[in-house]
Design a protein around this ligand. Structure first.
Ligand code: SF4
Length: 440
């Protein structure tokens, strides 16, 4: 076998052991009051609070409610990271807030790794005193992951009326992080940001480097949304003009940190101004999370991607232990309960592992599985990205193309996701807070 016998819980050297029962409880929302929930924002941190919560803070300070709206506008739209620079608030109020220990507290980009293909991988640090960093990735031009999932409609709607041509621009960052890139953005930009939802991950997919960290903690809503706002700021993105996709596919399983993940989505939609139809959340198949997700209103619900990765339960349980708890049939049933928007498709992510999941018979089985499900499905194929200590092989290009063609011949739209930032460990499944670059 190319892979080790998997375990449901994290590895013994991981700081937190998590059981399958804990996985269920967390996804079902039991973490709202329990120890497994995300860390409480540091006392005095404003970033992460929505307008209503900010209004409560302002009321406690005997300030009018519109001050909360001004503060939200400054933090989320103007991306002001220092309270002293919120020019819409009276100076006396800013000084009073600071004297009482309040700060914006937005996460900061502490390290940048630049790929030869323009991708940037970031280590993002919380300002709440938490030592661990998380990873986020900026992919100019994206990686094609949204192809065929209904996003095109949104793109057309966004473009129409702007008078701007679709003109992707690759940005390369300056060595000095203090140099703003805002001036270099001169045309409509297309990019994808990949963000993390947890530090590490408990799901233990055998092909994933993040799994090696185990679960260390959940991120707060502010820490999740803060990755996005920090990157928007660094890259000088104009939210109303540029074509930005957001994928919750970084470190962690978003549906095991459901409340904080959805609170971050609400912030990003309602305060930052991003469209949920240009956001995709990927899950390994946490059923209680999918059931909750199905209840979310369409104007706040990102698109869904299922990390399938195998043609049947036998193979999937070997490479994704979570499948022993929630097998494929139950997963597809739950996904079928989600009320989709017109033209929206469920994306099935499929990591091709050489000789393990990339054979012609596997492709035929995936095609049968998805056709039988009756779901409006599309498949994103990802040729496995190598990582140190993970004993799989990258599939041959011919196998990848044969797999894709089999799906297409069966009437299933299938796309190959471009590997982005492999040389800096930024590609799918490679996020592990690696501080060196990968050998080319
Ligand atoms: S692939 Fe995703 S869900 Fe699986 S271990 Fe990695 S981060 Fe967790």
């Amino acid at each position: 076998m190319l892979y080790a016998e998997p375990e449901m819980s994290t590895k013994t050297d991981h700081p937190i052991q998590i059981s399958a029962a804990a996985i269920t409880d967390s996804a079902a929302g039991a973490d709202e009051h329990g120890a497994a929930s995300g860390v409480t924002p540091a006392a005095g941190t404003l970033f992460g609070l929505d307008a209503a919560a900010l209004a409560v803070r302002m009321k406690a300070l005997h300030e009018p409610a519109f001050r909360a709206r001004q503060l939200a506008e400054a933090m989320y739209r103007q991306r002001v990271a220092d309270l002293s620079e919120v020019s819409t608030l009276p100076k006396a109020l800013r000084q009073r807030l600071a004297a009482e220990g309040w700060q914006v507290g937005r996460p900061i980009i502490s390290q940048v790794f630049q790929s030869s293909d323009g991708t940037e991988r970031y280590l993002v640090a919380s300002q709440g005193g938490e030592a661990q960093t998380v990873e986020a990735v900026w992919m100019p031009e994206g990686d094609g992951g949204e192809s065929g999932d209904g996003s095109e409609t949104e793109a057309i709607e966004t473009v129409s009326g702007t008078g701007m041509e679709e003109q992707p621009q690759i940005l390369r960052s300056a060595q000095d992080d203090s140099i703003s890139l805002k001036e270099s953005v001169s045309s409509r930009l297309k990019a994808t940001i990949c963000v993390s939802s947890q530090v590490g991950c408990a799901v233990n997919c055998q092909f994933c480097l993040t799994a090696r960290l185990g679960l260390q903690r959940n991120l707060t809503a502010g820490e999740i949304a803060g990755q996005v706002v920090a990157i928007l700021d660094r890259q000088g993105v104009d939210v109303g003009r540029d074509r930005l996709n957001l994928v919750f596919m970084g470190m962690g399983e978003p549906f095991l940190n459901y409340d904080n993940f959805m609170a971050a989505v609400r912030l990003l939609v309602q305060e930052v101004g991003l469209s949920p139809r240009r956001m995709t959340v990927s899950t390994s198949g946490i059923l209680p999370g999918i059931e909750r997700f199905a209840q979310e209103p369409a104007d706040l619900r990102p698109k869904l991607a299922i990390s399938l990765n195998a043609p049947n339960d036998a193979v999937r349980s070997q490479i994704m232990p979570i499948n022993r708890k929630w097998p494929i049939a139950a997963l597809l049933d739950a996904v079928g309960q989600i009320p989709l928007r017109p033209r929206e498709r469920i994306t099935f992510e499929y990591v091709l592992l050489g000789e393990v999941t990339d054979r012609p018979a596997h492709a035929a089985e995936v095609a049968r599985l998805l056709r039988r499900s009756g779901l409006p499905a599309k498949v994103n194929l990802i040729a496995w990205n190598p990582g140190p200590g993970v004993a799989y092989s990258t599939p041959q290009p011919e196998s990848v193309e044969r797999f894709r063609q089999t799906l297409i011949d069966a009437g299933i739209p299938a796309y190959l996701r471009k590997p982005r930032g492999r040389d800096i460990y930024a590609a799918c499944g490679q996020l592990k807070r690696t501080v060196e670059s990968a050998p080319l």
